[in-house]
Design a protein around this ligand. Structure first.
Ligand code: ADP
Ligand code: MG
Length: 629
């Protein structure tokens, strides 16, 4: 640094969120402070990737021919480690922007929560774009000197002790790139050791694409693992590479490595993580694929290489056919990207089918994590709909517990000869569905019914329409023809035609506008009545969801089906024939209607049925007493 730089440094306060973040980092208990080096080296490598691309697209670049590398030196006496890169460097504005604010506003909240739950934060910082600050776990003070690739730039030095502020001052620094000097805390002096530094780099940074040198010796492998042939890469190497790109410790759930020559050449190394956070599950797009062209990183997180429903996939795609000098905007619109997307998607889906065929247990775990996303795919990826439908897993009326292992193919193979449709029912849970009266007929007949319990299922089946030429039919909806009509006729009722129409008319008069119609049921066996959605109407599940989104939402009217052979109905009919004004009739109809709402989860205020229940118990108990006397 030059002596003439007698300038006063500019003092900047960290953004408030940033200060809190630093507090967390400094005051947390760390078991793995060594990851600070992983973060600094990965920043250096990112900066090298950026300048590599810039060199290809810009005419004037400072030190255009500088070797792209990271060098690390240390001084035990001064407790000092220096990480030097020939990367893109930063202008003053970039410095303030990148090293004084948190890019993602959700980050702080997330870290605070993790800390409160006593989770270790070391694994999270790298993933949330705040990796740089992990250096304050080990440092009293950090100095960062940087000069941008832009030719007429000025070099700057940023320094901070991690407290509430940092300082910036212009300096003389000839080289392009960034030098980070870490002044270690007394209790972190262990890191000033050649052996220690080397082993940390081997552990976390072995597959970075640029040489990382300690005392002029290259420590890492410096190879693009994805361009190697599968047989050359060991299983451990795949795992280590995954940990490097995910900034984490988790092992991948599965990886998929291949290359393709036509219609476009590309290499792909993709990973399915064990699990992903809500920020991925609820995201709108896939963004964990790094796009390389001819081994140069073009985009660290491309959003167009995979459809949104495959957003859990992470990894690298590298194409020899992509031009290097493409701008970010034109990458998105590039026809080649579209082609890669189609082919990648197909490969991922085929791989999933392979897992499903070869390892049922493994696929079960996958389904538990990512099933909802594949359901999203059924609704959004028309081209691969059949393939996606084959990947779906259901619970059904023949499952012994709530396990999800029934495929549509299984279902079809078990269909009765005369059965034309695939039957399903939706509900909040398997438990709730088992109480659904509409299921009675099907269970008695031994007809399999798929149980759909996920919020998204209603929408998905609407988009599915059919599988293998068989349409999907909701058993709580409209007409359920398709099974042998003789089969479908209700059990014998002792009521005459007139008596039947009288009791139906009584129900209708009492329930008036609350129902669409009251009809004689064909599907009930053990229950006196049930609600049925008119053909093509909204299912109870959908209605509940709409009500969640819009409190004022008025549900659709349903049909009430009445079981004419049920003892309750037969008794009511007899009372009706004797005394049309008997008060017990009204209470009973109201109660039966409320019971049907309750089963569907549509009864808004269940407590309201209590007083009526008590009335019934009162009259039943007098009757029991009478029998005793
Ligand atoms: P992330 O790397 O996830 O963006 P960091 O906290 O590690 O988050 O770094 C913040 C930003 O600081 C980086 O995005 C980058 O713009 C800048 N930066 C950090 N280190 C360097 C470096 N060695 N060279 C150039 N820019 C850097
Ligand atoms: Mg970083």
């Amino acid at each position: 640094m030059s002596k003439k730089a007698k300038l006063k440094p500019e003092v900047h306060k960290y953004q408030a969120e940033m200060q809190k973040l630093l507090e967390i980092l400094v005051h947390s208990l760390y078991t793995e402070r060594e990851i600070f080096l992983r973060e600094l080296v990965s920043n250096a490598s990112d900066a090298l990737s950026k300048v590599q691309l810039t060199t290809l697209t810009e005419e004037k670049v400072l030190n255009k021919n500088a070797e792209l590398q990271v060098t690390i030196t240390f001084d035990e006496d001064k407790r000092m480690i220096v990480i030097d890169d020939s990367g893109c460097g930063m202008t003053k504005d970039e410095l303030v922007e990148n090293l004084g604010t948190i890019a993602n506003s959700g980050t702080l909240k997330f870290l605070q929560q993790s800390q409160a739950e006593n989770k270790s934060v070391e694994n999270l910082i790298g993933q949330f774009g705040v990796g740089f600050y992990s250096v304050f776990m080990v440092a009293d003070r950090v100095e960062l000197t940087t000069r941008s690739w832009q030719v007429d730039g000025q070099a700057w030095q940023w320094s901070s002790e991690g407290g509430g502020q940092y300082e910036i001052i212009p300096v003389d620094y000839e080289k392009r790139g960034t030098r980070v000097t870490v002044f270690l805390k007394e209790d972190a002096k262990e890191f000033c050791s050649e052996w220690r530094l080397e082993s940390i780099i081997k552990k976390y940074s072995n597959y970075l694409p640029f040489p990382v040198k300690v005392k002029d010796k290259t420590i890492n492998q410096v190879k693009a693992i994805w361009t190697q042939s599968k047989s050359e890469v060991k299983d451990d190497e795949y795992k280590e590479f995954y940990k490097q790109i995910s900034h984490g410790r988790q092992e991948p759930f599965h990886h998929l490595h291949f290359n393709i020559d036509a219609p476009i050449q590309y290499y792909a190394l993709l990973y399915f993580p064990e699990s992903v956070g809500n920020e991925v599950l609820y995201a709108r797009e896939s963004k964990d694929i790094a796009l390389y062209a001819q081994k140069v990183l073009i985009q660290p997180s491309n959003t167009h290489l995979l459809p949104s429903y495959l957003r859990f996939v992470q990894g690298v795609v590298d194409s020899e056919d992509l031009p290097l000098n493409v701008s970010r905007e034109s990458v998105q619109k590039n026809a080649l990207i579209e082609k890669i997307n189609n082919s990648l998607t197909l490969r991922v889906l085929k791989e999933l089918q392979l897992i499903a065929d070869q390892n049922v247990e493994k696929y079960g775990k996958f389904w538990q994590q990512y099933g909802t996303l594949l359901k999203e795919g059924v609704s959004s990826d028309f081209k691969n709909k059949k393939r996606l439908m084959d990947l779906l897993r259901f619970n059904s009326s023949i499952s012994e517990d709530s396990s999800m292992d029934v495929t549509l193919k299984d279902y079809v193979s078990r269909m009765r000869e005369e059965q034309k449709d695939i039957f399903y029912v939706t509900g909040g849970s398997r438990e709730a569905i088992l109480h659904n009266p509409n299921l009675e007929y099907f269970r008695k007949q031994g007809l399999e019914v798929l149980f759909l319990t996920d919020h998204i299922d209603d929408f998905m089946v609407t988009d599915m329409r059919e599988y293998d030429g068989k349409s999907l039919k909701n058993i709580s909806q409209g007409d359920i023809d398709g099974i042998n009509d003789n089969d479908m006729s209700a059990p014998e009722s002792s009521l005459s035609k007139e008596e039947k129409s009288d009791i139906l008319a009584f129900f209708k008069k009492q329930l008036k506008d609350r129902v669409n119609d009251v009809t004689d049921s064909k599907r009930l066996v053990d229950s006196p009545c049930s609600l049925v959605t008119p053909k093509d109407g909204m299912t109870a599940q959908m209605e509940k969801m709409m009500k969640m989104m819009d409190q004022k939402f008025k549900g659709e009217k349903r049909n009430l089906e009445v079981n004419m052979s049920h003892p309750i109905i037969q008794n009511l009919s007899e009372i009706l024939q004797k005394n049309k004004k008997h008060p017990f009739l009204i209470d009973s109809v109201e109660q039966l209607y409320d019971n049907s709402l309750l089963v569907e989860g549509l009864l808004e205020n269940p407590v309201q049925i209590l007083s009526r229940y008590q009335k019934f118990i009162e009259s039943a108990s007098s009757y029991e007493l009478e029998k005793l006397s």
